[in-house]
Ligand binder design. Structure first.
Ligand code: NAD
Ligand SMILES: O=C(O)C(=O)C[C@@H](O)[C@H](O)[C@H](O)COP(=O)(O)O
Ligand code: ZN
Length: 374
């Protein structure tokens, strides 16, 4: 039995705890006590991914009922399409119909889709109310529930409309991962490897040796992987909350390539976000090797650490029919794109050492992608 760990995201008046452990949802009434105070005479609004609610809603209901609270649920259909203008409109209308006030907290149960959607709804509802993240996928536990990036997608691309809005508490209950499909578990693992590759060589080495164990959901290695990832994210977010100094941009390793692949595959089940990031990190490593910044062996090692888990590690596995120029066109919408036409890329100087390159020519990226797609 592993003990729960609490990691503090230090952000002055917006600081909050992230608790990682087993059985947390069974204790939600205690752990989230301060954020339930306003619900003595009203039901607690919980916005939930349908699958997460089916599997884990009863544990929440039981804990709340024991403490004298009742829940009112809003179901979000599973899938990226829920992170949309229409999804946002329906959700905010529901929250308004309940009379949620600015001092209330809305609870978000599910993966990154629900977390990003609810976070954004709460950022704009009456100009901002509180929210608590109850992440139920590996990806959302190690990444999306922490740090306050909230967003929906638009026709122009991924996360195009959003806000920075921090949660008040995150409860990452490892028990939720027992029902998570293996493919989703692997997709979340891609963001775990990201922390190793971007800034923690020791963690990368540990994952090479223990990644398979993490994916079995064995509590000890799983909690180590989740807590190490959250600590890394908390440190970066505390340093650069709004991605202005460049520190936070490192969390975007693999995402410029990845978001372009997600756009090309229609933000669909064909390629999950984590899978796109996995491929994006391989491409970033291979592009870094092409520029002579890391060795071909190190790029192959990064690809091996990713591919060995069953994540995609070669772009030509996707069966795309487009060329490199088309993928680069998707990249022109990247939020890192500058008015001067420069698109900074997160590349590698070594395994465990990402940096922001500002001298990347998009024509060169298109040529590289044509080689990779061949
Ligand atoms: N805000 C951020 O910092 C950030 C970081 C990374 C990713 N993201 C976003 O997160 C999203 C991806 O999140 P995700 O990978 O969690 O996907 P997701 O939210 O789509 O969930 C994945 C699937 O798992 C199911 N599911 C969720 N919990 C379950 C459980 N416990 N048991 C069984 N099934 C369960 C869902 O129904 C869904 O089908 C993307 O939109 C991505 O852009 C945001
Ligand atoms: O928290 C961050 O910062 C990240 O970049 C984490 C990413 O894993 C995540 O996918 C994020 O939503 C991407 O952000 P975007 O700004 O490129 O949309
Ligand atoms: Zn991501």
């Amino acid at each position: 039995m592993t003990l729960a760990e609490t990691i503090r995201v230090e952000l002055g008046g917006r600081s909050y705890d992230v608790i990682v452990g087993a059985g947390l949802l069974d204790q939600i009434a205690d752990l989230a006590g301060p954020f339930l105070k306003s619900y003595a005479t009203r039901p607690v609004p919980i916005v939930a991914d349908v699958n997460a609610r089916d599997h884990h809603g009863p544990r929440i209901e039981a804990s709340l009922a024991k403490a004298g609270f009742e829940a009112v649920w809003y179901d979000v259909p599973s899938g990226e399409a829920s992170k949309s203008w229409s999804g946002l409109e329906k959700l905010t209308d529901w929250l308004l119909s309940l009379g949620v006030t600015r001092s209330d907290h809305v609870f978000a149960l599910g993966g990154g889709v629900v977390g990003d959607l609810v976070g954004f709804a709460c950022a704009i509802l009456k100009r901002g109310c509180g929210f608590v993240q109850l992440p139920t996928t590996l990806l959302s536990q190690v990444d999306s529930s922490v740090g306050g990036k909230t967003a929906i997608n638009t026709a122009a691309g991924k996360n195009m409309i959003g806000a920075f809005h921090q949660p008040s508490l995150v409860l990452a209950d490892m028990d939720t991962l027992t029902t998570l499909p293996d493919r989703e578990m692997r997709a979340g693992y891609a963001e775990v490897i990201k922390y190793g590759l971007l800034g923690d060589r020791e963690f990368f080495d540990w994952l090479e040796a223990n990644g398979a164990q993490v994916l079995t959901r064995a509590h000890k290695p799983l909690q180590h992987a989740i807590a190490t990832s959250i600590r890394a994210k908390a440190r970066i977010v505390s340093e650069d909350e709004r991605e202005t100094s460049g520190a936070r941009a490192l969390l975007n390793l693999g995402h410029t390539f990845g978001h372009a692949l997600e756009a090309e595959t229609g933000f669909s089940d064909r390629l999950l976000h984590g899978e796109a990031v996995a491929l994006g990190m391989v491409l970033a490593a291979r592009f870094s090797a092409r520029r002579g910044e890391i060795s071909r062996d190190d790029a192959a090692r990064a690809a091996q650490a990713i591919g060995t888990t069953g994540l995609p590690s070669q772009i030509n596995q996707l069966g795309l029919t487009c060329d490199g120029a088309r993928l680069v066109d998707h990249m022109r919408h990247d939020k890192k794109m500058e008015g001067t036409g420069t698109l900074p890329f997160l590349l590698l100087k070594g395994l465990g050492e990402a940096y922001m390159a500002r001298d990347v020519a998009l024509d060169d990226v298109a040529e590289f992608l044509d080689e990779e797609l061949a």
